[in-house]
Design a protein around this ligand. Sequence first.
Ligand code: G3P
Ligand code: CA
Length: 328
Amino acid sequence: MNVIKSVILGIIMSVFTINTLQAEPIVIAHRGASGYLPEHTLESVTLAYAQGAHYIEQDLVATKDAKLIVLHDIHLETVTDVQKKFPNRKRQDGRFYALDFTLAELKTLIVHERRDEKGDLVFKDRYQGVANFQIATFEEQIELIQQLNRQFDKNTGIYTEIKSPAWHQEQGVDISRLTMSILRKYQLDDSSKAVYVQCFDFDETKRLRKELGAKVKLIQLIAENDWQESATNYNYLKTTKGLKEVAEVAQGIGPWIPQILNLETKAPTNLVALAHSEGLAVHPYTFRRDALPVNITAEEMLNVLFNDVKIDGIFTDFTDITVDYLYQ
Ligand code: G3P
Ligand code: CA
């Protein structure tokens, strides 16, 4: 009997060991293959898919007719020709808000590589063409990824961010409720599926889990307080007490790289260890080959993040480089 017990125990232990070793880091295509094509377009999603991303990110913003589009900002002018097409539709602050346009109007816009307020390219060596890229809806991106998964027999996931939920509420739109209803329409509100929902606003992360009944895996994004991303106190969230609170509703955190790695000394901060001790995965943002800190190469950066800091995945503008580093 003791022999049988020890054989069973041995099998359980070996399975456990294999599973632990197989816990591989994930590569999250940040705004699609944004290092190569205008961010969040269907073309950018398709390239990220082909490059082998495990997950593809969608930042979500609402339209005037309550559709969800995939757009990083609540404003349009940094990535589209809205100023040229609709010169009279800016608000008093001079900004063009996606929420002031119907989806049909937004579909007439051309999406271009990101530009700053002076009109200069933010990343000078990225896509420089003028093809007719369009804003994509959340549903279009889900459908595209699901269809590619079906045809290639893969399971590339979606990694969605709810943008500015408090601002949307002030404008009369419950963007989290809209997001959950689309996820449920596609049977994606399911913790066993390759789906994450992320948010910077901790009150909203709690609301998603507790009030809206989200079953999907949730990630609490961590900003710096002075960015004014939301009313969340990120200094508190980074403490043991704060992380314990996060772990009550979420499966991981999404910190900014300098919060987990001292870029001067290249030594890890204590945040990843603290998060891991609360059972939270850590998926930092954002690896950019063309915007590295001084004195570090792309390979060194990935090396230190995966081997020293021990992250569980990463948001990357360069899925190809990140997949090659991890899996070639
Ligand atoms: O969502 C992770 C990362 O994308 C957060 O930064 O500003 O690019 O959405 P942002
Ligand atoms: Ca994002």
